[in-house]
Design a protein around this ligand. Structure first.
Ligand SMILES: [Zn+2]
Length: 352
């Protein structure tokens, strides 16, 4: 499942690629056909992300505000299997917040290619995006002046009105990537709960956008046992976790990559446990990118030595999702401020 930074990148991609344009809307699969017919030919006013939810605003003309009752909102939650695939011409790619046409799966992006020609030669999707026939599984296709976006396999894809948007924002916890986020709401919610901090961080009503990678890594960086009840934690520490997540997630939203390791730890035990190679993080082959096996302290590093103390990293089920932690660094309940407090963000090098 994508973590929140990916959904913010998607919102930025829609803003850059489609906002202000009249767009064609279709549902090749048919399950969004009635709604697509209503939206077809309308102007895509803009996009916003809140946690793992994406909202696209449409209206018959571009002089309508996105929060006007006349605007229609498309609410999308990708869930475990959903993804957006983008393709477009050079203008689309250039305007695109994420560069070349991309396919998004989980926290990763990979460039989209049209199927190989009969002679086996691959063609670049950017060259002929208008001729890409949607797969049968495409729930929604949006097509603008310079490119298209295909949605497949979402958990939710539905029309919202403004009241439903307001309800969604009220229900979800603050999102560290939103300017309107109220960090103190997160702090108060955590400190009033007897639920373990590791569970609270995954509860979208407590904090929106955190998934299993950011949970595991933020707890490691705070040297915090995932099973400590929220109400046992001091306000500065909880605020520190928020501030640390805000830095980590902003880096993720900017680059498409999750990197949580300090530079001095990246070459220690540079391994990760992967079931399959799968798609790599966007840009693994680009110069200066921290590769996946150097990017995390504990995520997918169960059974491997901790990069800091060499104790074996563990994993366990926690409220239905896997948690990863170092029992020595995080097991003694010696709580400390997250590194970001000791190393102000501007001095803190995520770049390789
Ligand atoms: Zn350790």
């Amino acid at each position: 499942m994508p973590e929140g930074h990916t959904v913010h990148r998607l919102a930025a991609a829609f803003e850059a690629g489609f906002a202000g344009q009249r767009v064609r809307v279709a549902s090749p699969q048919g399950r969004f056909a009635t709604e697509a017919e209503r939206l077809d030919g309308q102007v895509l006013l803009g996009a916003e992300a809140v946690g793992k939810h994406l909202l696209l605003a449409f209206a018959p003309s571009d002089d309508v505000a996105a929060d006007d009752p006349a605007a229609s909102l498309v609410h999308v939650h990708l869930g475990l299997y959903g993804s957006w695939t983008f393709a477009g011409d050079d203008g689309f790619a250039a305007a695109h917040a994420i560069g070349a046409p991309r396919r998004r799966i989980g926290e990763q992006d990979t460039a989209v290619r049209v199927d190989a020609d009969a002679d086996g030669e691959e063609r670049d999707a950017a060259a002929d995006w208008r001729r890409i026939v949607p797969r049968d599984a495409v729930r929604v296709r949006l097509a603008g002046a310079h490119g298209l976006a295909d949605l497949t396999g979402p958990t939710a894809c539905e029309l919202y009105d403004q009241a439903q948007r307001t309800e969604l924002l009220a229900r979800l916890g603050p999102d560290p990537l939103r300017e309107d986020a109220d960090a103190e709401r997160f702090v108060a919610r955590v400190r009033s709960s007897r639920t373990p901090i590791g569970t609270l961080l995954m509860n979208q009503d407590v904090i929106a956008g955190v998934g299993i990678i950011y949970r595991a890594e933020a707890l490691f960086r705070a040297r915090l046992d995932p099973w400590v009840p929220g109400r046992e934690l001091g306000a500065p520490l909880v605020r520190g976790i928020w501030d640390d997540l805000a830095v980590l997630m902003a880096y993720g939203a900017r680059t498409g990559r999750i990197v949580t390791t300090q530079p001095e730890h990246r070459d220690i035990e540079a391994r990760i446990i992967e079931r399959s190679r799968g798609p790599q993080q966007n840009g693994d082959d680009e110069a200066g990118v921290v590769p996946r096996e150097k990017s995390f302290y504990v995520y997918h590093r169960q059974t491997l030595p901790c990069r800091v103390c060499r104790t074996t990293v563990r994993s366990a089920d926690m409220a239905g999702r896997t948690v990863f932690w170092c029992p020595r660094c995080q097991g003694t309940r010696t709580r400390r401020a997250p590194w970001s407090l000791e190393h102000p963000a501007d001095a803190w090098a995520l770049e390789a």
